[in-house]
Every structure is written in C-alpha cells, then in structure tokens.
Design a protein around this ligand. Structure first.
Ligand code: 5GP
Length: 190
C-alpha cells in the first residue's frame, strides 16, 4: 500500500532495537481517515473469504481491527492482556512474548466471542518476530475456528516471521513490508 509506505517514510522514526515508531498516525495518535483506508484495503484483500470475525490483541491492533471489521461488516474481537474482574472465566488463552516490552504475558479471549463456526481474520499493526500473531493463531485453533489469514499494517520482513508463516501455507498480507531498516532509512520489499 503505497500511501502507507509514504507515511512511514515521512513520519516514522527509527528507534534503537529495530523499533519503528509510528505514533503520529498508527499507534498513539491515529489518523482517522487513514486508519479507515487501511481497513478498506484489508477488506478488499480478504473479500470473498467469508470472514465472520476480525481478531486482534490489545491495544495497538484495535483501531485497525475495528476499521477492517467495519469495512467487512463483521465484529472485531480483541484479546485482552490483563485479567479484568468482569471478564468471563471461560476464556481461550495463549502466552505471548513481547518484543517491544521484553516480557511474556497471557492473552485471553472470552469463549462466547469465538467459536468453531467462525472464519477468522487476524489483524495487527506490526509483524516482527510473530509472537503476537502466533498467540492469536493458537487462540483461533483452540476455539476450533478456521483461520482465513492475517492482515498486518507493517511487517518487519528482516525479522523473518512473515516468511516463516507463509512457508507453512498461512496467508499473510502486509500492507507495507520492510526489508531493511537502518538509521539512514527504510527499504521496502518490491
Ligand atoms: P511480534 O510479536 O511479531 O514480535 O511483535 C508484534 C507486536 O509488537 C505488535 O503487536 C506491535 O505492537 C509490537 N511491535 C513489534 N515491532 C514493533 C515496532 O517496530 N514498532 C512498534 N510501534 N511496535 C512494534
């Protein structure tokens, strides 16, 4: 998605540890029109896949999952990272190692929101080492739901997880795929 590549080049900041900061339009501050445009692009890519639920993990995937859900006219569900008092005890869980925070946490989705009748589209803002997506895939599997594929805004291709999952036959669609990222700039896969 050319517009996303342009936005990364214009507004993205490369931080130590191979972290790309996109707080001005995707993470902390969200560019509303642009988020909806991403949602429509994801819906276009997965049209015909009979998606019934868009699934993500809080918090940075939520805006994109909602935008994709709106464009596909299906609900979006996010996995919670923290147990809350009003959360059902009937949950699907997976443990996920966070690349950006350097810790392992549990993610959970209430069983009432995902079932074997669902065709799931996993959405996230970044694909780096693949831990978040793999956690969501385990939850999808636990629910007996069918995984239609994953839509990612920004894949850091040099971290390998996207290609590893593609090699397993999983459909991974990344709207911007970064091949290399150094202080002197970002290179996208052609
Ligand atoms: P993974 O589990 O694939 O290693 O990392 C995915 C998660 O880590 C995403 O949900 C995202 O929130 C966060 N993440 C990974 N790399 C980056 C990055 O370069 N920039 C930002 N802003 N978040 C990242």
């Amino acid at each position: 998605m050319k517009a996303l590549e342009e936005k990364i080049l214009k507004e993205g900041k490369i931080l130590p540890g191979n972290v790309l900061k996109v707080g001005s339009f995707l993470n902390q501050q969200m560019d509303s029109d642009f988020i909806m445009e991403i949602g429509r692009e994801i819906a276009r890519l997965f049209a015909g896949e009979k998606i019934t639920k868009v699934v993500t993990v809080e918090s940075s995937g939520i805006a994109l999952a909602v935008a994709a859900g709106i464009a596909l006219h299906v609900p979006s569900v996010f996995a919670k990272k923290h147990k809350s008092a009003n959360m059902s005890k009937e949950v699907y869980t997976a443990s996920v190692y966070s690349y950006t925070h350097g810790e392992t946490y549990e993610i959970a989705v209430a069983k009432e929101y995902l079932s074997s009748r669902d065709r799931v589209l996993i959405v996230d803002d970044f694909l780096a080492n693949g831990n978040a997506v793999k956690g969501l895939m385990r939850i999808t599997e636990e629910a007996g739901a069918t995984l239609a594929g994953c839509a990612i805004a920004i894949e850091k291709g040099f971290q390998g997880a996207g290609d590893e999952l593609r090699a397993k036959g999983i459909r991974i669609e990344s709207l911007a795929l970064i091949d290399s990222m150094t202080e002197s700039g970002v290179t996208f896969r052609a």
